[in-house]
Design a protein around this ligand. Structure first.
Ligand code: NAD
Ligand code: ZN
Length: 378
């Protein structure tokens, strides 16, 4: 087992990474001076796979857990679900020292964390992330919340968990598409702050895609350590934490205009990161070779690197970017790369350039024909 520390003064906590850790959730909780009653919040799919061992582990350490299930999917991150779940917490008589265990992906983690932030003005909670995205990203850092009709994550809080337990074995049951989507965040860490990790991913990608536990342990722990360091330096996102949004301005806009659900978040930010790499080549001197390596790695991971959009859809995409939560005073600011492993937030990008990097490349084969017809040109 690997342990990564998140250092935030009296809100510090450990992240445990290893195979077969679910059965240790009771033992770790017992060390935290928590009340006996607790709630395990999960979604129906994850609960069907993993609730039994988690409940058994908690019981054998003397806890009294109550399972609360929500339907799988983003729609469960709603204020309506908050109300329903709060009623269930009250029915189970959870009190100030009671705690919530978030067992599932980012949806469950964000919802359970938000419940823990507001129920009785805040009770402890524990993250047991079961998707790759949740293990390397959403379970670390304390951002919790739910969606409104007007947009994603518009109601929320900062509430840090007491510990995070990443059981790599749970990743084996993850649908391949969900696993690959998580890899988009993993690759992101390499691009934004860890060139050796990026090279490690290039070398070890096929083992990762086979979900080899050894490389997963190394990579998940490294990503958690990187996120922990960014969060330590900027817990409430006033500066540095923005670098985690590399590829997300375009990615969020793609999710938005295509209707949430068509693209998984990881797929949308894969396209967004490839586009951001091209913008970086144009504006911040990212070597074209680095941009090509970035595109290649996403493609090898089975992720999309481009999106085909009609001209009106491209305009809608640009309009959607203006609505991004990260926009301040009407200006879209991009995180751009100088090289693999080094990015900077706060770059203004002309809309025309964004359109250009998103425009489909002219197929190479027809270029000579066009040129012969006198329509080509560069
Ligand atoms: N708080 C943050 O800092 C942060 C960061 C990134 C993303 N997020 C949020 O995370 C959410 C996305 O998280 P996600 O990608 O984990 O999606 P998710 O929670 O919806 O899980 C994806 C699907 O996988 C299933 N699943 C989960 N674990 C499984 C397993 N081990 N085996 C089989 N199936 C499994 C779920 O039932 C679900 O259908 C979004 O709501 C996003 O806003 C939050
Ligand atoms: Zn993301």
């Amino acid at each position: 087992m690997r342990t990564v520390a998140v250092s935030l003064g009296n809100r510090s906590y450990p992240i445990f990474v290893g195979a077969g850790l679910l059965s240790a959730v009771g033992r770790f909780s017992a060390k935290m001076e928590l009340g006996r009653r607790c709630a395990v919040l999960s979604d129906d799919r994850v609960a069907g796979l993993y609730a039994k061992p988690v409940l058994a582990a908690l019981r054998s350490s003397g806890f009294e857990p109550r399972l609360i299930c929500v339907p799988p999917g983003e729609t469960s991150k709603s204020l309506k679900m908050v109300q329903t779940a709060c009623d269930q917490l009250a029915a189970h008589r959870l009190e100030r020292k009671s705690f919530i265990v978030a067992l599932g992906g980012g949806v469950v983690g964000d919802l359970a964390g938000f419940l823990a932030a507001i129920y009785l003005r805040g009770i402890p909670f524990v993250q047991v992330p079961t998707t790759l995205l949740a293990q390397v990203d959403s379970s670390v850092g304390g951002k919790v919340g739910v969606n409104l009709k007007a947009g994603k994550n518009l109601v929320g809080a900062f509430h840090q968990p007491r510990f995070v337990l990443c059981d790599l074995r749970t990743l084996r049951s993850l649908p391949p598409r969900e696993f690959r989507a998580g890899l988009a965040e993993v690759i992101k860490y390499g691009i934004i702050c860890d060139a050796p990790l990026f090279a490690r991913l290039e070398r070890g990608l096929s083992r990762l895609l086979r979900r080899d536990t050894k490389i997963l342990a190394e990579v998940v722990a490294r990503c958690c350590a990187l996120k922990a360091e960014v969060v330590r330096q900027d817990e409430t996102e006033t500066g540095l934490r923005a670098i985690l949004n590399f590829g997300h301005t375009i990615g969020h806009a793609i999710e938005n205009i295509s209707g949430y659900g068509k693209y998984l978040h990881g797929e949308a930010i894969s396209i967004g990161q490839v586009a951001a790499a091209k913008l970086s080549t144009a504006l911040t001197g990212l070597p074209p070779d680095d941009a090509a390596r970035i595109e290649r790695l996403f493609l090898r991971a089975g992720l999309p690197a481009a999106i085909t959009l009609s001209a009106p859809a491209r305009s809608r995409l640009l309009a959607a970017m203006q609505l991004d939560k990260k926009v301040s005073a009407g200006e879209i600011k991009f995180v751009l790369a100088r090289r693999i492993g080094q990015v900077e937030p706060g770059h203004k990008v002309p809309p025309a350039l964004i359109e250009k990097v998103l425009a489909p490349p002219r197929p190479a084969a027809i270029r000579p024909v066009l040129r012969r017809l006198g329509e080509g040109g560069n």
